[in-house]
Design a protein around this ligand. Structure first.
Ligand code: SF4
Ligand code: SF4
Length: 447
């Protein structure tokens, strides 16, 4: 139970509102789903359906156009628009809008596979690709690309069941309610990578999930379950690797550089469904919570369900939220347009009251207490990154390695002066990327 990763914080957990509530389907299915063609790291998919087309659940509607994962219909019905719509990441994104016929007619490609033991590693990777699976912990990296890139290059598979962000319980419930699917998916990942062992890391505030998964494990599975001391951001890839293996990913490096690859428990269960039942990624668990939500709950919802519909299913707001986030309070994305949809990586819709969002109070002057330095799991110096960002001295900001900031929000949380550190670093990274692109364009023009 001793934590080994550097830095981090221990915010109040706030999981009690939903941690004992089983995942339920939506009381009413959405009348329309809005499915963005970009829900992953990489290039947006190309829509392959047109207005007027009838589609079935699991039918492919977006094809890969570069790095990416295909996208499938999450309800059956008629395509009523293929156009730019509000995206939870901000701005608008090409989306396929489907009017639900409430029949849930499955696509013919969804069928049970009997002979899973006979599948080769490459066949498993191909199934994962066709199923459109992306990292479901939030990062959204295409899983088939991660698997292909790890073959022969890693010796440690880590499965993230930490769910370290406050409020969120979607993965906790998944481990309790679909433990066989999680373990089965881990088995397919091991086979795809040709490795005999994997370790699932679960925080100590979910001991019931630890015990449950242990009780399901066959003796010779090669899967280990490790209980981790509760500490944020334990679920971040680099921190999980350090905590479980003691290996440290170098600045700017990738998990594969230290022989590791990391998958989320929800990703593992989606892999299981794809391999055994031929199901693409069309639904996922989402926690609807926060003090402003009337009926906090865990739901399994079709991807593309508008945020406003999810909030309605949770009884609406019992008080006007001070902040509405997609994700947890530390790394979640603020939402301003409730017609935007939930996506493959959405694990939570969080409606915070004034009191809960108090951490965002007015900024005061930095008192140089150094707490942000101690809290930063990436060994950065947030106070200096902030100081030079405010001076717009981008060379200095880069010298302090702002590009290594993973925007975990630990510095924000711990800062007694309530300085909006992580927001400043997001802005700094945006400015620096812009300058880098301009410099590249200039070089290219010269050449
Ligand atoms: S924690 Fe806040 S007040 Fe303390 S040094 Fe960092 S920025 Fe300054
Ligand atoms: S947000 Fe960035 S600077 Fe702040 S603690 Fe996290 S990694 Fe460090």
């Amino acid at each position: 139970m001793s934590h080994k990763f550097y830095g981090g914080v221990h915010p109040a957990e706030h999981k009690e509102a939903t941690e004992r509530k089983p995942v339920v389907p939506l009381e009413e299915a959405p009348a329309q789903v809005v499915i963005p063609m970009s829900m992953h790291v990489g290039a947006p998919c190309k829509p392959i359906v047109a207005v007027g087309d009838e589609v079935k659940v699991g039918q492919k509607i977006g094809e890969i156009a570069g790095l990416g994962a295909p996208i499938h219909a999450s309800v059956s019905g008629k395509v009523v628009a293929v156009e730019a719509r509000p995206h939870p990441g901000g701005g608008k994104m090409m989306s396929v809008v489907i009017e639900n016929d409430f029949q849930d007619t499955p696509c013919e490609t969804i069928k049970h596979r009997d002979n899973v033991d006979a599948l080769t590693p490459q066949e498993i990777i191909d199934i994962v690709k066709e199923a459109g699976i992306t990292g479901m912990g939030g990062a959204g990296f295409p899983t088939h690309v991660k698997l292909s890139g790890a073959v022969g290059k890693v010796d440690a598979i880590l499965i993230n069941g930490a769910e370290c962000e406050p409020y969120i319980t979607a993965d906790h419930r998944l481990m309790l309610e679909r433990g066989e699917a999680v373990l089965g998916g881990v088995g397919f990942i091991m086979k795809a990578l040709g490795l005999k062992e994997a370790t699932i890391g679960i925080e100590g505030n979910k001991l019931d999930a630890v015990e449950h998964l242990k009780s399901l494990l066959p003796a010779d599975s090669g899967i280990h379950i490790e209980t981790l001391k509760t500490r944020y951001p334990q679920g971040a890839e680099k921190q999980l690797i350090q905590r479980i293996t003691g290996r440290e990913v170098p600045p700017g490096g990738l998990p594969a550089d230290v022989g590791c690859t990391v998958f989320n428990v929800a990703t593992a269960s989606a892999i299981y469904d794809a391999v055994t039942e031929g199901k693409p990624l069309t639904h996922r668990n989402v926690t609807l919570t926060g003090g402003a939500m009337a009926r906090p709950m865990n739901v399994n919802a079709p991807i593309g369900t508008p945020i406003e519909h999810l909030i309605k299913m949770a009884g609406g707001f019992q008080t006007q939220p001070q902040r509405l986030l997609m994700g947890g309070p530390m790394m979640g994305n603020p939402q301003y347009d409730l017609t935007a949809p939930m996506m493959k990586g959405t694990n939570c819709i969080l409606a915070l009251t004034d009191a809960e969002a108090a951490v965002q109070d007015t900024e005061q002057t930095c008192i140089r207490c150094g707490k942000c330095v101690n809290a930063c799991p990436m060994h950065l110096m947030p106070l200096y990154m902030r100081m030079y960002s405010m001076k717009r001295d981008w060379d200095k900001v880069q010298e302090y390695n702002v590009m290594d900031c993973m925007e975990c929000g630990s510095c924000n949380y711990i800062c007694p002066a309530r300085i909006h550190l992580v927001q400043t670093f997001r802005m700094a990274k945006f400015e620096i990327r812009g300058l880098q692109q301009k410099a590249k364009a200039k070089e290219a023009a010269k050449a």
